[in-house]
Design a protein. Structure first.
Length: 314
């Protein structure tokens, strides 16, 4: 009798990665000292269509989503416990569709205190599940610059890992990034540290705070003057109370190099902001964990051939 042969086949790991409009904003240090500013920002945000989409919230490590009340609820800091001496991280998630958060608009706030004396960057991140107008995204950026002491921020298309294997997700992001040059990889675990030193890349909308610019030897005035002659290249600037907003072209793009996306404004903005770019970035997932691949992605507008030639094989 022939020996019985049994083969066990292991299915390849899979991951779901989407490209979505997002606005990511960093604040140096914890959020608690800025509670009053966040209260005002939240009140104004609830007046915009983007803020009105949010229907539920979840605080900290809670599993259960709770219904978000009307706009006349107590200030954000009072309702969600953001007190000046808050001892640890302060995570707050807001969603349009709590049963399936990745299917609607979301807003995540994360206040991060120092770890053993090492400062970190807190953030807020607004993600949309569908295209939003340039006007709406720019309005969010203006609102943030008006009320929050921004370190830096970026608005436009970003990759969003929505499920599956993290390693496969890293591979999928790298493959998509090879084609969609204007879509940002936003690895928040790394950026809690790296965002203090610089930006990983430009996006359609870039928000720059004065302290961040000073760290790089720049100023709002000098940068605004440098942008003026670049208007013909599609780079625009607008100043807010807490910093400068720069835009690469009339609307956000994924940067599809196989399509008709015009990357010239992104490349021009990248050259202008080269002094703000991260010199080193903590390794990411998948091929972007390899320093030479990550470096090629960070410098893709400077050295297009280097990114096109980057080896993304596992």
């Amino acid at each position: 009798m022939d020996a019985l042969q049994i083969r066990h086949e292991i299915a390849p790991a899979r991951a779901d990665v989407a490209m979505r409009p997002a606005l990511l904003v960093f604040v140096r240090g914890p959020l608690a000292p800025h509670a009053a500013a966040l209260d005002t920002l939240w009140a104004r945000l609830r007046e915009l269509p983007a803020g009105q989409r949010l229907k539920a919230y979840r605080l900290g490590a809670e599993d259960k989503w709770r219904t978000l009340g009307a706009a006349d609820t107590p200030p954000l800091s009072q309702r969600f416990g953001l007190v000046p001496d808050h001892p640890g991280p302060w995570p707050l998630a807001l969603a349009e569709q709590p049963g399936s958060p990745s299917a609607g608009a979301t807003l995540d706030w994360l206040g991060l205190p120092p770890v053993r004396g090492l400062e970190r960057a807190s953030h807020l991140r607004f993600v949309f599940d569908d295209p939003v107008s340039a006007t709406e995204l720019a309005a969010l950026g203006d609102l943030v610059l008006q009320h929050l002491p921004v370190w830096w921020g970026a608005g436009g298309y970003a990759f969003e890992f929505t499920g599956g294997s993290p390693d496969a997700g890293g591979q999928r992001m790298a493959v998509l990034a090879k084609r969609h040059w204007a879509t940002q990889v936003q690895h928040l675990s790394s950026l809690q540290w790296d965002a203090l030193a610089g930006m990983p890349s430009v996006n359609w909308l870039v928000l720059l705070g004065p302290a961040f610019l000073t760290q790089a030897g720049l100023s709002i005035e000098a940068l605004a003057n440098a942008v003026e002659p670049r208007a013909r290249s599609g780079v625009y600037a607008r100043q807010g109370l807490h910093g400068l907003a720069l835009a690469a072209g009339p609307r956000p793009l994924t940067g599809d190099i196989n399509g008709q996306d015009d990357l010239a404004p992104y490349a021009e903005l990248d050259r202008l902001l080269a002094p703000l770019r991260l010199a080193t970035h903590r390794p990411l997932a998948g091929p972007l964990a390899r320093p030479e691949v990550l470096e090629a992605w960070l410098r893709r507008f400077d050295d297009p051939q280097g990114w096109l030639a980057a080896d993304l094989s596992a």
